[in-house]
Write a protein that binds this ligand. Structure first.
Ligand code: AMP
Ligand code: ZN
Ligand code: FE
Ligand code: FE
Length: 296
């Protein structure tokens, strides 16, 4: 056992695990991932990962199929997750919920509402693109999405129509923050996101903090709102990057977690789940997250 300090911090958490055994951020075709839940589980089963979480955008629809697929692999644990898009002031924070009850009726109703907001925003983006002369149809974007619709599905429709080559290009030109066809959904606050996750028995984690503008200024506020963890092992963070987020985690008593945020985009630079070139969270964070689940 590694030393647990009197603040409850376990040094193992800071070091993480290489090759990774834990990946707490994966996507499927239920939102904007390219692999079905079964395909994703089959791929994960070929890696050294032992505990994974599927966290699709505003939907839990991939989870039942994923649980069925994972039943074949007794050494692989699946955590039910979700990823919510939230805001705090001007900052956009992707809030990952882990250990949620994916049968909770209030959670399901709220996610349905969030997906409705997605539909509206995507519809408006497509309209803007049409005005710019990029003639894709909303119905086609909807069809490509299948499940929870998002900007990557617009990107896929633009690729299909031959306007661009990659999802990244779509974000650079049209869909990113300064993009010509960017639209905004009605916001859910970080507090509302954290409360929703807690109400369904889960713990709330701030995802890929390097994408959050002003993260270091809002971390304390989110901790006060009940945030449980922060992704320290995310994107292509260097040891130096991780140190900054580890310091925040220590300071505000957040569990340092993370994952690959795998979408199976198929691009050469994509981080693969279970990839051996960067560490994942320590296995012991799982128990800590469990212990932080709210009583219901
Ligand atoms: P949305 O769900 O509509 O807010 O779209 C956000 C999702 O788009 C993110 O979660 C990523 O999966 C994806 N995304 C964001 N930025 C980019 C980018 N620059 N290139 C490709 N995909 C991106
Ligand atoms: Zn995504
Ligand atoms: Fe995200
Ligand atoms: Fe994600």
């Amino acid at each position: 056992m590694s030393p647990v300090t009197d603040t409850g911090w376990n040094e193992e958490w800071a070091v993480g695990c290489l090759p990774p055994k834990v990946d707490l951020h994966l996507h499927t075709t239920a939102s904007d991932g390219k692999l079905s839940p079964t395909e994703l589980v089959e791929q994960i089963a070929t890696t050294g990962l032992r505990t994974v979480a599927i966290c699709d955008h505003d939907t839990i629809d991939g989870l039942d199929e994923a649980y069925e697929a994972v039943a074949k692999y007794p050494d692989l644990d699946l955590i039910a997750g979700v990823e919510l898009s939230t805001t705090l002031g001007e900052s956009e924070v992707h809030m990952v919920g882990l250990f949620i009850d994916h049968k909770d009726p209030h959670l399901l109703d709220t996610l349905t509402e969030f997906r409705g907001r997605r539909e509206k925003a995507i519809w408006r983006s497509v309209k803007k693109l049409n005005e710019l002369g990029l003639m894709i149809k909303f119905e086609r974007v909807r069809e490509i999405a299948g499940g929870a619709i998002g900007r990557p599905h617009i990107a896929d429709a633009l690729i299909e129509a031959g306007y661009i080559k990659t999802r990244d290009e779509a974000f650079e030109k049209y869909l990113g923050d300064d993009g010509l066809a960017r639209t905004r959904r009605s916001p859910t606050t970080t507090k509302e996101g954290i409360d929703l996750i807690h109400a369904s028995g889960g713990v709330a984690v701030a995802a890929h903090p390097q994408t959050v503008s002003g993260f270091f200024d809002i971390a304390e506020k989110m901790a006060e709102e009940g945030l449980d963890g922060v992704e320290v092992f995310a994107e292509k963070y260097s040891a130096q990057d991780r140190k900054k987020y580890l310091d925040v985690a220590r300071q505000y008593n957040l569990v340092p977690v993370g994952g690959s945020d795998y979408h199976a985009k198929g691009t050469p630079d994509e981080i693969l789940p279970g990839g051996v070139d960067r560490p994942g969270p320590a296995s012991s964070v799982i128990e800590e997250l469990q212990s932080r689940r709210p009583a219901r």
